[in-house]
Design a protein around this ligand. Sequence first.
Ligand code: ZN
Length: 879
Amino acid sequence: MRSEEQKIIYLQDYKPSDYLIPKTEMWVDFTPERTRITTDLHIERQVGVEDGTPLELDGEHLELVSIAIGDEVLGAGQYELSESGLKLLDPPQSFVLSTVVDVEPEKNKSLEGLYRSSGNWCTQCEAEGFRRITYFLDRPDVMSVFTVKMVADKDLAPVLLSNGNPVDSGEMSNNRHFAEWHDPHPKPSYLFAMVAGKLDKISENFTTKSGKKVDLNIYAEPGKAELCRYAMDALIRSMKWDEERFGCEYDLDVFNIVAVSDFNAGAMENKGLNIFNDKYVLADPATATDQDYALIERIIAHEYFHNYTGNRVTCRDWFQLCLKEGLTVFRDQEFSSDERFRDVERIDDVKGLRQSQFVEDSGPLAHPPRPNQYEQIDNFYTTTVYEKGAEVVRMLMTLLGKETFHEGVDLYLERHDGEAATIEQFIKCFEDVSKRDLSQFQKWYTQAGRPQVSYTTAYDAESKQFTLELKQTVPATPGESEKSPMVLPIKFGLVSNNGDDLGWDSVEGAEVRDDLIIMDKEDVTVQFHGVSSAPVVSLFREFSAPVTIQTKASLEEDLHRARLDGDPFNRWESLQSAILNIVSPSMAVDGPALDLDLLDQVASALSQTLDSQDMSPSFKALSLRLPNYQDYAQRVGENINPDHIKSIKRDVDRAIAERLRGQLVSLYSALHLPDEYEPNAEQSGMRSLRNQSLSLLAALNDKQIFEMVETHYNEAQNMTDRQAALAIMCAYAPDRAEPLLAHFKENFAEPMTVFDKWLSLNASIDDDRTIDRIHSLMADDRFSLETPNRVYALFGSFTQGNPTQFAREDGAGFDLIADIIMHIDKFNPQVAGRFAVAFRIWKNFESKRQNAARTALERIRDMENISPNLSEMVNKTLE
Ligand code: ZN
């Protein structure tokens, strides 16, 4: 039941804290039974706050052992304890509060606060986990200088780490030892971290641009340190890149990363002590795919980049989450683009955005990058905050130009260094450097939903005039019916017959700068004078704004762009949309039969791309990835029958594969890779092209091709190829996949990262046995619902990668996931809440499936003792 005390928190209610804690000293004593935490908080009342104003410290699951102000032990009457904290009734103006609390990390399965992973102690404090470690003002605008002394048994925990710099360590009696850490940078409690345990490490060092030497260490569970080499390499490249591109120089003597195997999210940017889910650190060619390597590089960079965007300048309150996350995702995207192939990275990022953020935006959980209300902040670590947040920063760069944009970021980092800032303050910096009014632009942060853009074009040969009419509308989202027009930076080109961009003599109707139209009204008519021939317009090049274009281009126009557009993004995009445009009438359950002949021209454009000398293998590989299930489903929008979509997709894939068979086979056989595996962009592009060729060929459902896939598996020299072969077989020939999966488990699945791949592959199989298969996988000794990586591997792959089984007509898929969510909610509400997003598409299905999903959702909603996290998610989804 929805609990009565469920509180909604509003942005407009923000009030600075009455008290601050400029200094915090902690003594932490780890023993197997419990951890004792002694804390001295140096507290000061803010100027202007009345005498006698009580101080409410956050604290949860803490056992208070003692409490004192200075030397005076406090008695009843001076403070009040509750489930959520400790209230000092009449604190002095300036004082030291000493508390001693006990916590029980052994029993903590929520993976928030202090918990144990493979026997080691570690912490996760963002967003509100620090209150499970000690009493504190656990909010991001209260920043403190922390000193932490950790004590533990030398054998149980030879490694003792916290934030900042190591300042002291030594031996103690009873086989115990200690380490003291001091972090000179004031930080909010969510950036606090400790790790104590048995860990191996690899070390390097980095000399910053001003000549300061920094010790770098990556720690992992015993025996796994050598698997951290690539992460270390990515870290060093990140540090260098951040100096060169953003002028950000590392600011402590050491930078530590610890990889743990139980972690709710991907990784965490604690000051000087990043803690990682180990799947985003550990890699070697035998266990990690090219994609894994790329993700490791990304996430290592992301957390490192937070040192400035997040840590040096943090968030005033959790509504501002995208201030650090959107900006930092933008930075990690730029890093990958500079390190790899920019065009390909951009296409990949946009694919990801459409697959998750667009879906969120069109459903019951839509919200702006900066929401103005929430119940549980844990539920707002969303793709809208992260990925759309990054798109908004990218639009700023597009709008202002790269140089001015960087001046704005420089100003932001300088002006707000050491502060907790807001979106308004961030935007103000760009206004100050550009002298541009960005108030309308700011709507991107505060208005949910995605503009739908339509356009018409006309060319008058006589007057050499080209007219482009643009229109935007923003559809209503839950709780927001009135929308106003957004500022759309539209990168564009007028593509001529031979593919060159046409110029013009003059233009009117909108602000147009070089290849950029700035559209800030609902309707805009742009007149270009002096255009020498009729162009095909190419809009939103590089995906310059996160919109959906509603106008259906003609096949001719799509193919013209697919062949000749100077912008690789639109070249890729046009081929995809040509296919979707051809198929979409048939996607409705009662739509006309698919006319496969229309695909001839698409196939020949694709063939031309594959033959081209100018295009990289990775671009070709992306082109070969024909629209996937989600792309089709988004086109259909509502009344979805996944079986129907899937069968149409199969027909399309097969039709194209038939037309390209010879070319695909020769691509597959002719591409030769160097003997030595390197996870770099060049090689991974080549592998991807081979694997995509094979994958499309598999759509032919031909015995000969399946034998090629088997050979590919058997001869694979690395995990990328091996996993690709398995995925193809799981997708196209489940019966042939079975023995390969068994072989894979037997021979390769020893490391947990590979075991997880095996789980995912199993759960992706689209046949009626999959639910039973999942039940037997759950019985495997190595499976545990308490480890998020196992859960994501098995059930994430099922809900995301197996739409026909998840959304079975009989509801068995929904029921399975509801059961799992309810089970996990009892000990890990964060993961339960996040997993509930699987249901956000439920209203898009046809009525039978909708009803089945509703029943499952209502069952969750009505469960006893539902957590506030899960309750918020399920109620919003049902609304
Ligand atoms: Zn982040």
